[in-house]
Design a protein around this ligand. Sequence first.
Ligand SMILES: [Fe+2]
Ligand SMILES: [Fe+2]
Length: 406
Amino acid sequence: MKIQVHVSDVKVGMFIHDICANWMDYPFWSGPSAINSSDDLKKLKNCGIKYVWIDPSKGLGAESCNEVLTQEDENRKISSVLHDAMVVTHQSGRCVNLNEELDSARKILANARKQVVTMFHEARMGKALQVDGAMTVVDEVNRSITRNSNALLSLVRLKNKNDYTYMHSVAVCALMIALGKQLGIEGEQLQLLGMAGLFHDIGKAMIPAAVLNKPGKLTDEEFAIIKKHPTLGWKILKKLPDFHDVILDVALHHHERIDGAGYPGRRQGEALTLAARMAAVCDVYDAITSARCYKNAWEPAEAIRKMASWQCGNFDLQVFHAFVKTVGIYPVGTLVKLKSGRMAVVIEQTEKSLITPIVKAFFSVTSKMFITPEILNLDKLRDSIESIEAPDKWGFNLQTVIETLN
Ligand SMILES: [Fe+2]
Ligand SMILES: [Fe+2]
């Protein structure tokens, strides 16, 4: 059984199974490893991580630790954070069904990708960015999110590893708009949030590709180079005439954390604007649910649980709750096993509860065979979700399931 302990209680001889933090902020972490020397211990204690999971079956136990949490305690903590996110009725604002919107969303994404590639190219060449195209992208994204947010949000996750930086910008744009709507923001303010999402990583245009796309863990020096991208981005955007403060602020502060552990300014709490807090959540969610050259993607539902477990100190709690309402506890595209023994994919959220989405059942676990697809509203049935499953383990292509098995 793995046990969560505070970093100050870690000793030489313990085996670290995992860190309780987002790996994007700690790129030196390459997986389970033993603390074999006082040097290893010093590095861990100085890196800013607060809690880790230790594996007592592979090293020292937690007998001498002051703060100890079991997996059960952790699950209770996650359930309580997610439960609080469900207090207000979910507003999906859905006008058309998912399949109807997927075609438009695909075209919008193709155009958005082209615009972002041009933007990054202009930034790299030192040219002034043309922002008209970006505004059109934000408008189109906004309209698609209004029609059915699930279409664009499920497609934008399917980026390939080489495309990551460009499509990530589009994804953060879409998430900022969806989250902004959830928070009741509209009009020009919503447009600005979308623009801020689209431009948030423009500073990465100035980071050498060998560092940005390096497969494998980064050295301290390489991570220091990556950490320059918020400031570099801010400098690029600052040159544009009348470019709005919200966009500049998000470019500069999207890696700041509520407890001051982020970069580049180690700003904390009230010093962070709502837009920067929103961008922090959208940025991390998209990063950890996307396959990277050095890391496999987490399933969206797993990512939401992980973010709930780290939210304290990392994210603004109110913003995180609104985000959970936006994407769901079982986001669209999540593969689930139902108590009835069927495998299903989440295709819509329901208005009433985030734990009873609409799913498409398509496979029987008992007979190990595909079944005639059936749309099930779990809010109205006795069946319910038993577990989240990994599509890779089952060999399913869920996008095909969503789109073709009608
Ligand atoms: Fe960034
Ligand atoms: Fe980012």
